[in-house]
Write a protein that binds this ligand. Structure first.
Ligand SMILES: [Zn+2]
Ligand SMILES: [Zn+2]
Length: 58
């Protein structure tokens, strides 16, 4: 994915998740370069949901 702030390209796994510094829990991927809080991409979000729920909504 690409950082929305500095345009640095990095893998989602490379970004910092669950930083502990975001209010209400971290639901974003922080850029490893500038620490910008990038919103999780829809496809990634879908993957997460399929892991926690086996229900397939239409
Ligand atoms: Zn960045
Ligand atoms: Zn965070």
């Amino acid at each position: 994915m690409k950082c929305g702030f500095c345009e640095h390209e990095f893998a989602e796994e490379e970004g910092k998740k669950g930083c502990g510094g975001c209010p209400g829990g971290c639901h974003s991927i922080h850029c490893p370069r500038c620490n910008y809080k990038n919103p999780i991409e829809p496809q990634f979000f879908k993957t997460i949901r399929s892991i926690f729920s086996h229900n397939t909504d239409k």
